[in-house]
Design a protein around this ligand. Structure first.
Ligand code: CTP
Length: 401
């Protein structure tokens, strides 16, 4: 359903990335009013925002006074999304200032408000900025963590605006879930997620692998971080940008993944195994490239990999830990799912249909979540973030107090 979105833009170089976010919103049919600060217009001009949004653009409360824009925009919005939020803008929002149209809109908005900060690392880490972020979070705003990486110039560190695709997924999630999306119900929890697909090497240039893109696991990581959790993401061969505020451990094979998961699971409140793990690996991996010439084709000899999910469920490294598996199935979903839930011994199993353009590499997913207590939750086709929220709802309900 089309929504009414206010896109607030602060005066930082990352303002150019907000153009891409705006395009995604409008292509989806949402009505977007862009409200830049005066300094944002030094980076990206009014004409760009007006052309991309198809709406008038103003920074001041003194334009079009008869329409009382400083009150109307905030009151009518379904979502206010501020990207980039500079240190100065966060300070003004935290202080409750209303000295331009954007800050006035922030005071009148009763819908969910999301800030995506971007600034130099020193400014982000300064106690003044951190206090402002804490104030805004305590008031119920969602303040995302900035991504780490290359900043303007040669510096690097936390302070980058997350990629527009990631911001867009966050916005969709907040629009779908409403104010509940801003509730940090996983604060104080450590969650461990595996994502992607393992690769089992045959020689230095070849491997056995699978089509998993890692999107569902990354959506789980982003969503858990937005709900306040400390997140460890064990990522197997994924080409997506690191989710902001998440510790990412990169692995290649099933045995690497087992080592990384085992080490992080020791103090995790919940473990979600979204990765597609190869059940078998080649018996040998040659150090030099296998040559075609002179060799008769030989059958590939495979040996079994450890079943990480089953091992964790049997051991339960931490009392009260909630363990979740994923099952990608091509046949009878429910029958296979129930059998797999019992065989793996986990608390929840997310079962989804794969093949024929379903699940792998797409941004949407459809699933049924089976629980060891016999309950079933059906999740209709929708963004992977929405399925992620359902998984965290079911996990949160099972975590000890
Ligand atoms: N899994 C695991 N270790 C493995 C294989 C799978 O931990 N060696 C986990 C996956 O991360 C997923 C769940 O088990 O959470 C189910 O994966 P799936 O491949 O569907 O299960 P398999 O046991 O391999 O069953 P199948 O015979 O259907 O391949």
């Amino acid at each position: 359903m089309p929504s009414s979105i206010v896109l607030g833009v602060g005066g930082g170089i990352a303002a150019y990335k907000a153009c891409e976010l705006l395009r995604r919103f409008t292509e989806d049919g949402h009505q977007v009013r862009v409200v830049p600060t005066g300094s944002a217009l030094r980076f990206v001009g009014e004409a760009t925002w007006a052309a991309l949004s198809g709406q008038p653009v103003t920074t001041s409360v003194w334009d079009g006074v008869h329409e009382v824009p400083h009150v109307r925009l905030g009151q009518r919005a379904d979502l206010v999304f501020v990207a980039p939020a500079t240190a100065d803008l966060l300070a003004r929002a935290a202080a409750g200032r209303a000295d331009d149209l954007l800050t006035a809109t922030l005071l009148t908005a009763r819908c969910p408000v999301v800030f995506a900060p971007a600034m130099h690392t020193e400014m982000w880490e300064h106690p003044a900025t951190q206090a402002n972020v804490a104030t805004l979070r305590a008031r119920g705003c969602l303040v995302l963590d900035p991504a780490a990486g290359r900043l303007t110039g040669a510096d690097s560190g936390p302070g980058r605006l997350p990629e527009p695709a990631e911001l867009y997924e966050t916005a969709l999630r907040v629009l779908a879930r409403g104010p509940a999306a801003l509730h940090p119900d996983l604060a104080g929890r450590h969650v461990l997620i595996s994502a992607g697909g393992t690769r089992e090497e045959l020689d230095p240039v070849r491997f056995l692998g699978n089509w998993s893109s890692g999107r569902q696991g990354y959506a789980l990581a982003r969503t858990a971080a937005a709900r306040g959790a400390r997140v460890t993401l064990v990522s197997a061969n994924v080409e997506l940008a690191d989710p902001a505020g998440v510790r990412v451990v990169r692995v290649i094979s099933a045995r690497d993944l087992e080592a990384a998961v085992t080490s992080a699971a020791a103090d995790a409140d919940a473990v979600v195994m979204a990765a597609a793990v190869a059940d078998f690996r080649p018996e040998t991996r040659t150090d030099s490239k296998i040559k075609k010439a002179g060799l008769a084709p030989e059958p590939l000899r495979l040996v079994e990999n450890p079943d990480i999910l089953r091992g964790l469920s049997a051991r339960r490294p931490r009392p009260g830990q909630v363990i979740v598996g994923f099952a990608a199935e091509t046949g009878d979903l429910l029958r296979n799912g129930h059998a797999k839930l019992a065989a793996k011994g986990c608390d929840l199993l997310v079962v989804n249909q794969v093949g024929a353009g379903l699940a792998f590499g797409t941004t949407d997913n459809e699933a049924v979540v089976l629980a060891s207590d016999g309950t079933e939750a059906k999740v209709p086709r929708g963004p992977k973030e929405v399925l992620a929220d359902v998984v965290w709802d079911l996990v949160a309900a099972r975590l000890p107090g």
